[in-house]
Design a protein around this ligand. Structure first.
Ligand SMILES: *Cc1c(COP(=O)(O)O)cnc(C)c1O
Length: 420
């Protein structure tokens, strides 16, 4: 043993290094590096254009309907015990109803598993599907949690690109060329994180046909479902559930802006019962038997949260996000070294292209973000962290005045470093 001093042979245990490798690829790791550049003597406040959690801003406060729902569930004394495996029945029923609105078939409560946020849904999906030698197709740029979970589950990752010139549509030819008989699934995030795009019905139909041809299922991460403000409406992948089996992942974290409440779902959108036949449903139940549930009283509040939140709350959030996205697009136009190929139409972040050849003393996107943090106390995630080098990922779910301030600092930084 390397580190042991106790006893003759030292300690027998050591941390699982698969974990360390998995954690390394998440955005959190990059963020720590970038934050370490912030100047301690800086008097201006730090502006983060990289947080996925706008609940810190008063304009993104959740609806009182959701808060009251949790309070009454807690006060009712009905939710002090353990919840059944799969979740509280009334919550499963409410989620099935909520998601069935836009589907050509009806989901049943049995199709729904209540999870500890969409993050746990991701974990469940990958753990259930992981088999020796299996590979999974992930989008690039993407959400690095999937790479981390795949690494931890021992699933090989193969990346397909999203194409900026085509409003971040999936490169389906590449998907076909990557897949083989060991490919189990492809992940699609819609509305897109980090691209801020919203896939059209026609494109999703093509994705479904491709997946069917390849014999793989689709993991549809719809955690930003209905958070759209452009011309494309949100179409759930489950619409194509009779073409190809879909695992729909979601939560209340983003639409209700309560990521700390840790309540989400994993849903089998599969009217033909293929996921039962292939024992994926049993796998999910087995997983949940050895895992833990989200807090019972939050589950108890779900029927009221999903059923009673009015359009006015959703519209207010959408209006702020649209305004924030517009501010970003306008300000970016004033910056020579950054271009925005696609106006964001949904979610809370988007990708812009950085032209380092127009800058002096900036090596690449990572260097750009480190120096930006140091000189302007503005935090942006470099594209490299989402596997798109020399791009930047900007989160616009920021209170508009802070956003303006942050973008102004970004502009000053670029001007100061511009080639003369
Ligand atoms: C935020 C996010 C998640 C995690 O959602 P939680 O409900 O907070 O666990 C999953 N996928 C994507 C794409 C996200 O942006």
């Amino acid at each position: 043993m390397k580190n042991g001093r106790v006893g003759e042979k030292g300690w027998n245990f050591e941390a699982n290094d698969v974990l360390a490798n998995a954690a390394k690829v998440t955005i959190r790791g990059t963020l720590e590096t970038i934050m370490s550049n912030i100047d301690c003597g800086e008097t201006r406040s730090t502006i983060s254009l990289c947080l996925g959690d706008p609940s810190v801003y008063p304009c993104f406060h959740t609806t009182p309907i959701a808060e009251d729902a949790v309070v009454s569930a807690l006060r009712s004394s009905q939710y002090n015990g353990y919840a059944p495996v799969g979740g509280v029945l009334s919550a499963r029923r409410a989620i099935a109803e909520y998601l069935s609105h836009d589907l050509p078939y009806k989901l049943s409560p049995d199709d729904v598993f209540v999870t500890v946020g969409c993050g746990q849904s991701t974990h469940i999906a990958l753990s259930v599907l992981a088999r020796p030698g299996a590979n999974i197709l992930l989008p690039r740029p993407g959400y690095s949690y999937y790479e981390a979970r795949a690494a931890f589950s021992g699933v090989e990752v193969r990346h397909f690109n999203l194409i900026p010139e085509r409003n971040w549509e999936v490169d389906l030819d590449v998907v076909e060329s990557l897949a083989d008989e060991k490919t189990i699934a492809m992940v699609l995030i819609n509305p897109g994180n980090p691209c801020g795009n919203v896939f059209t019905y026609q494109h999703l139909a093509k994705v479904a046909e491709t997946a069917k041809k390849l014999g793989i299922l689709i993991i549809a991460d719809e955690v930003y479902g209905y958070l759209t403000f452009g011309s494309n409406p949100f179409v759930p992948m489950g619409v194509f559930g009779s073409v190809v089996p879909v695992l729909t992942l979601g939560s209340i974290s983003k639409r209700w802006i309560v990521p700390g409440w840790r309540c989400g779902w994993l849903v089998t959108s599969d009217p033909n019962g293929i996921l039962k036949e292939t024992k994926i449903v049993d796998g999910i139940k087995n997983y949940l038997t050895i895992s833990s549930n989200p807090v019972t009283f939050v589950q108890g509040a779900i029927p009221q949260i999903l059923g009673s939140t009015g359009e006015d709350f959703f519209n207010k959030t959408i209006d702020i996000l649209r305004q924030a996205a517009d501010i970003c697009v306008e300000r970016i136009k004033e910056i020579d070294c950054i271009t925005c190929p696609c106006k964001p139409e949904g979610s809370m972040s988007f990708m812009v292209k950085l032209d380092v050849s127009r800058l002096v003393d900036i090596l690449d996107d990572v260097d750009f973000c480190c120096k930006l943090a140091k000189e302007e106390s503005v935090l942006i995630i470099p594209g490299s962290s989402v596997r798109f080098k020399n791009w930047l990922r900007i989160t616009f779910a920021v209170e508009p005045s802070s956003l303006e301030d942050g973008l102004q600092r970004l502009k000053s930084f670029c001007q100061r470093h511009a080639k003369k």
